[in-house]
Design a protein around this ligand. Structure first.
Ligand code: FMN
Length: 154
């Protein structure tokens, strides 16, 4: 495979776990996206802040990425499903990072929502970034993630 990176946002650690699994297989930079300031840790406050942000469509400020994506061809991009959509952190990452010519492979964790529900949003943002959207995965079980990653192994 061409050079890969794993980039993810994770509020409570579930997506981070999937990101680590993918990184174990593909290597390359492992980059966590951080909102600046961080979302509240308290669940009710988090929901309030995230909901206000979404309703007002205010794109959050992000911390600078901790590694360069310049030499990377394939970006595995992970996030939790929030209201069946990528969090606005992901919108902001896709709008503000130079991803031209790269392939984006999305992976999502959730209670029940699927990557298919985020597809239209991802397609729009990835296309706008001049990148290509590859099929993604709803990475809610190790078995599903492992089966999906088989195509990238070796
Ligand atoms: C603000 C918010 C909205 C959420 N909306 C959904 C949803 O629409 N569908 C779903 O299946 N799970 C939803 N969840 C649950 C998360 O997607 C799920 O717990 C995810 O695995 C968390 O990943 P993380 O630990 O990497 O942050 C939501 C969680 C939060 C905090």
């Amino acid at each position: 495979m061409q050079r890969a990176a794993v980039v993810y946002f994770s509020q409570t650690g579930t997506t981070a776990h999937a990101a680590n699994e993918i990184h174990r297989i593909v290597g390359g930079p492992l980059i966590e996206i951080h909102r600046q300031p961080a979302y509240p840790e308290d669940y009710a406050q988090l929901v309030t802040v995230a909901q206000q942000e979404r309703e007002a469509q205010v794109l959050p400020t992000l911390m600078p990425l901790t590694a360069s994506l310049d030499d990377v061809d394939t970006v595995f991009l992970g996030f939790p499903s929030w209201w069946a959509q990528p969090p606005l952190v992901i919108d902001q990452f896709l709008r503000t990072t130079d991803l031209r010519g790269k392939t984006i492979v999305p992976f999502l964790t959730s209670v029940s929502s699927t990557i298919a529900e985020s597809q239209a949003t991802l397609q729009r943002l990835v296309q706008h970034a001049g990148a290509r959207l590859a099929p993604g995965v709803t990475a809610n079980t190790p078995e599903v993630l492992q089966a999906f990653m088989a195509q990238y192994e070796g």
